[in-house]
Structures are given as C-alpha cells and as structure tokens.
Design a protein around this ligand. Structure first.
Ligand SMILES: Cc1cc2nc3c(=O)[nH]c(=O)nc-3n(C[C@H](O)[C@H](O)[C@H](O)COP(=O)(O)O)c2cc1C
Ligand SMILES: [Fe+2]
Ligand SMILES: [Fe+2]
Length: 385
C-alpha cells in the first residue's frame, strides 16, 4: 500500500489474537505496522508479529519486487515488532540492521543476530538517496531502547508504539472521512492506559523533543496512519501523559452476590442525575483495561468492593493495583462495599488511593450484609462530586 511514492505500508492486521500481551482483549483486532522507505536504497522500518511471516514478506515484495531491502531500522524490540528480524535477514542477507546501542544487545538476546548492525546516535542521519532518515531516542516509551525515525523529506514520523492504538487498520490504512480519530479514540486511550500508562514522564519528554518537527504524517506501529487528525492524536497523547482528565467518573465494582453491585448501580444513577458523566464497569464481567481506560479519561475514580478474606475483592484489587502501578495522578476517590462480619475493603482501598496521592472525598460507605437504600446514601456520595 502506497502512502506516497517513497513510503509504503507493509504491515498486517491481526484478528486472531484474543489477548494482546496475553492480557488485553482485542475486540476490534490490532495491527502490526511496518513501512518501507524507498529511495536509491530501501529501508524497512520494524517488522511484525511472529505468526505473520509469509504475509509480511509478500507485502514487501508487492511493493519493491525483486529489489532488496538494504536496511532494517529497529525502533523497538518488543516481539510484536521484532519477531521477524531473522526472517528479513534470511530473505535479504546483505540487509544492514540500523538501531541504537540499547537495542543491539536485545537483538542478540531475542534473535541471535550480532553481525552487520549499524549503531546510530541521537540525531544521526542515514541517507537513502533522495530521502533520508534521522533517529531520535525516546527512552521508556515504553521500553528503554525505544527510538523514533524521522523522514524530513516526507515530514513523516515513524513513531513506534507512541501514538499507537488497538483496533486494526482500515482498508484505506490512512485516517479518512470514513475512519476518523473519533473511531479510534477509545481504543487509543485503552492502549495508552494499559501499556504506556506508567511512562507519562518519558512520553512528555518525547513529545517535547519532537515538538519542533513539522509532522505531516504519523506512522505508528499500531493503528491507522495519521494524516488528517495529527493535532487530535498529539493532543490526546499529551493529555494522557500529563494524567489530565475530563470531569466525570469511572465507577468500577466487583460483587459476588449482588449487594455491592446494587449500591454501584444506585450510585451511578445518582451521579448521572447530576449531569456528571459516569462510566460503569463490572470488573467480574470484563477485563480491567476498559475501566483503566476510563480512569485515564475521568478525574474521579469510585470503586465498589465487598470485603474478601479480610481484604479487597481480587478483581477490584487488581484494578486499584494497576492504577497505582501506572502512577496515575490527580484523581478524586470514593470507595464502598458490603461485608458480613468485619469490614476492611473500603479502608484498604482508601489507603491505596491515599498512597497514590488521590483526594479522598469521603470515608466511603461500608455496609453490613444485604443492600438496602437506608444503608447506602447514594445521593449523599453523589453530592460530593
Ligand atoms: C471467600 C469469602 C471471603 C470473605 N471474607 C470476608 C471477610 O473477611 N470479612 C467480611 O466481613 N466478610 C467477608 N466475606 C463476606 C462478604 O463480604 C459478603 O458476602 C458481602 O455481602 C458480599 O458482597 P456482594 O453481595 O457485593 O458480593 C467473605 C465472603 C467470601 C465468599
Ligand atoms: Fe511495545
Ligand atoms: Fe507494539
């Protein structure tokens, strides 16, 4: 697929994998994007996941026929992009790998490749004839070896996982009137929250470093090529990496026998009645990445958990731990839940939220045994928002 005379898309869509990184559901699939930059020399930027070797090679050959790939640029060593490096080497034995000093030992570690590797430095340029590539390190977005590749003649940024998103690429590959940023916004947020979320600081550093480039095309490793929504895509990444959020609530709960659930649904109604957006997630029904997405989206987190073995109900603890691991900042917090003989889930959730620096809006409500309206003042909690 031709993005321009000199830039070609050779990535693949994956509709088979159910869980990305064996953790994150893929209801709309995912793509592993790879690109060719075609000048007098041909550079391939990143590869794809292991199971797509045949399709990947045939995509390359459809673009360049019998011409060889002269360079393989390695921006990132996570195996969803690096697994086919050895295959590329077998097909194009003279192909020189172009990467940075942090990635080279990982290439040896994953692929056993040690020869014909060119180590480039920050800002260095690789000429390909009438086009060239320039390299910028973006460490910890989201691995230590991550870098981006810039093609100044095409104003194109090969950004690696930065600006990436779940959800396969459309037939057009490029964003268009029928495939807009809005179609991807939720999945981009979920990708960011799940995978990059801990690295807001490094992502901010990267955005500042790349801020001076006049970017007309973003070629990330997952999701569409962005040409028509670049300001929106960059603005979303900027907000997410600053942990900046809209006013609203992510209300997530787990419940074994329905009492905490009844309280959750009552509270959601009370919040919505005030005109405040409230996304509700049953953590026993769906993967926690959907709730995590809305923790990044909204400024208030409300968690419902029964007491379980003198602790937090495990699906709820998993989400709270994921929030803490990602060092989410600046959220308001409320907890609630049912218990039978000795309550502890609300107290423990409040402690974890305090540890994360969240503003605890209330001691929360812990109620004994069955849910009744008089044990749980939903309007009272909603009035704190
Ligand atoms: C395995 C298990 C462990 C529990 N541990 C505690 C506990 O340590 N303290 C307590 O007060 N209740 C405990 N409970 C009782 C629940 O908190 C109680 O059933 C609660 O009402 C469940 O709320 P739900 O209807 O929202 O699931 C436990 C229940 C189960 C099944
Ligand atoms: Fe990655
Ligand atoms: Fe990736």
């Amino acid at each position: 697929m031709r993005l321009s005379e000199r830039i070609r898309y050779v990535g693949v869509n994956d509709f088979q994998t159910t869980l990305f990184e064996r953790q994150w559901p893929l209801p709309y699939g995912v793509s592993y994007n790879s690109y060719l930059v075609v000048g007098e020399k041909v550079a391939l930027i990143d590869t794809a996941a292991a199971q797509f070797g045949d399709e990947f090679l045939s995509n390359i050959k459809a673009e360049i026929g019998d011409r060889p790939v002269d360079y393989l640029v390695v921006n990132h060593m996570e195996p969803d992009h690096s697994a086919l490096q050895s295959l590329v080497r077998r097909e194009y034995p003279a192909c020189e790998i172009v990467t940075n000093a942090k990635a080279a030992p990982m290439i040896e570690g994953y692929q056993g490749i040690t020869d014909n590797i060119k180590i480039i430095k920050e800002g260095e340029t690789l000429p390909l004839g009438e086009v060239s590539l320039q390299f910028f390190m973006v460490p910890m977005v989201h691995w230590p070896e991550t870098m981006v590749t810039w093609c100044p003649e095409e104003n194109t940024l090969f950004s690696g996982d930065a600006f990436g998103t779940f959800k396969a690429v459309p037939e057009s590959v490029i964003d268009s009137e029928s495939t807009t940023f809005d179609d991807y916004k939720d999945e981009m947020t979920r990708y960011y929250a799940s995978i990059v979320g801990k690295y807001g600081g490094p992502a901010q550093t990267a955005l500042k470093k790349l801020g001076g480039l006049e970017i007309k095309r973003i070629c990330a490793t997952h999701g569409p090529v962005w040409q028509n929504s670049i300001p929106e895509v960059v603005a979303l990444y900027d907000r997410l990496s600053r942990y900046d959020a809209d006013h609203g609530v992510c209300l997530a709960y787990g419940s074994m026998y329905g009492n905490t659930k009844k309280a959750a649904l009552e509270l959601a109604e009370a919040i919505k009645a005030k005109g405040i957006p409230c996304a509700v997630h049953d953590l026993t029904e769906e993967n926690y990445s959907f709730a995590l997405r809305d923790v990044f989206k909204y400024d208030t987190v409300i968690l419902g958990s029964p007491t379980y073995n003198n602790g937090i109900f495990p699906p709820v603890r998993q989400l709270m731990q994921a929030i803490a691991d990602r060092m989410v900042k600046g959220r308001k917090f409320i907890a609630f839940g049912s218990f039978t003989w000795a309550a502890s889930s609300v107290k423990l959730l409040n402690e974890m939220a305090s540890g994360a620096g969240f503003e605890i809006l209330s001691d929360g409500i812990t109620f004994k045994q069955g849910y009744t309206k008089d044990k749980f003042d939903a309007e009272g909690l909603a009035s704190l928002l």
